[in-house]
Design a binder for this molecule. Structure first.
Ligand code: FAD
Length: 338
């Protein structure tokens, strides 16, 4: 499974800074592949604050997170980057003339240089601390997102969590599932009031079962096929809900993850770089944006943009050895298709 692709520059992270790196590389005729653990581009801007205005992007007095990402995607589009989304970069190893990345989806990406624009690390679901979890995750018994509602048709589903995702999916899946049980540790849901009210109405009609105040306590089954979810109150009263699936919606968290094991110089979970090139302790591996640190670093999108330009210029001689790079403005050269 997985694809094998070759490119000039592999960019880890499709946040604002990784997206701008596509543009900067493209302006120097370097092709890029962008890999992100999330299913959508945009990093923190999309995942954490799509509708919040940002006030310190030059020439944009105010622009919402999602709108900024849309513009960056448009700006990168002429260079036709390949986006490999929904997969985490797990491994980095040196090859004869560059590096090879391996992803959680089994892809291999070979590149002359690497740009790590991984923010605070890969986003992943907060997972409940339950015994035997990996086996049930692998079988799809336990999940953290719904990609196709139809997969739950006729199934008994336990949904854990008290936010919008839990409530919205409970209301949606009750239309197809055999049974939906919502587990929450307190009566109050953090969801939009309108959705929370609809949940209460559905529960009153018997369309959804509410298990309150309960927490997840255990998983039942043969280690792969889930047959039930064990719940417990804080006082230790337990009950088991027969179930084919557990959907846990406890939010997203970020972790540096595998990047910490690549032998890069680190300082407090950030990658240390040379300020003038953003090169890490591995030659040809650069880090930019929130993940990179050096004296005077500011975790601002605009600083990440400038780092993208510096990294691209520093990488150019690796991709085009012996070819002099004459500094040019975008206005003199133009952008393909523009
Ligand atoms: P990120 O946006 O964090 O993106 C990194 C991406 O890399 C993620 O999508 C992640 O999934 C992916 N990734 C990481 N590791 C891997 C891996 N191993 N494999 C695959 N993918 C991986 N900044 C401003 O300048 N102005 C503001 O007004 C502002 N407001 C903010 C408000 C909030 C609420 C928050 C949370 C942040 C704000 N910031 C603001 C900060 C800004 O969002 C960050 O500086 C910016 O997102 C950093 O961009 P990035 O591309 O470096 O990383």
């Amino acid at each position: 499974s997985g694809a094998t692709v070759e490119t000039d520059v592999a960019i880890i992270g499709a946040g604002p800074v990784g997206l701008f790196a596509v543009f900067e590389c493209g302006m120097l005729r370097m092709r890029s592949v962008v890999i992100d653990a999330l299913d959508t581009i945009g990093g923190q801007c999309t995942a954490l604050y799509p509708e919040k205005p940002i006030f310190d992007i030059p020439a944009h007095p105010a622009i919402e997170g999602a709108a900024l990402i849309h513009r960056l995607e448009e700006q990168a589009a002429p260079f036709a980057p390949l986006y490999l989304l929904g997969r985490r970069v797990e491994g980095l190893s040196a090859t004869g003339d560059g590096y090879e990345l391996r992803t959680s989806a089994g892809d291999t990406v070979r590149a002359r240089a690497i740009i790590i624009a991984a923010g605070a690390g890969a986003f992943g679901p907060n997972r409940p601390p339950l015994a035997g979890l990996p086996g049930y995750e692998a079988s799809g018994g336990v999940r953290y997102l719904v990609s196709r509602r139809e997969e739950f048709r006729g199934k008994r589903v336990v949904i854990a969590g008290g936010g919008d995702s839990a409530v919205d999916w409970a209301l949606s899946l009750k239309e197809v599932a055999a049974k939906v049980t919502v587990v929450h540790r307190r009566p109050k849901f953090r969801a939009a009031p309108e959705s929370a009210a609809r949940l209460d109405e559905a529960a009153a009609r018997g369309e959804i079962e509410l298990a309150i105040p309960y927490q997840l306590h255990g998983l039942e089954g043969d280690g792969s096929t889930l047959t039930g979810v064990v719940l417990a109150t804080l006082k230790g009263e337990e009950k088991t809900i027969p179930a084919d699936h557990l959907l846990a919606f406890f939010g997203l968290s970020m972790e540096l993850g595998p990047i910490a094991d690549w032998g890069l110089g680190l300082s407090h979970s950030h990658v240390t770089v040379a300020q003038s090139t953003c090169e890490t302790s591995l030659p040809g591996v650069h880090a930019i944006g929130d993940i990179a640190t050096y004296p005077g670093k500011l975790k601002l999108i605009l600083q990440g943009f400038s780092e993208a330009a510096m990294a691209a210029h520093a990488i150019h001689p690796r991709v085009f050895p012996g070819e002099a790079l004459h500094f040019e403005y975008s206005t003199s050269k133009g952008v393909p298709g523009a």
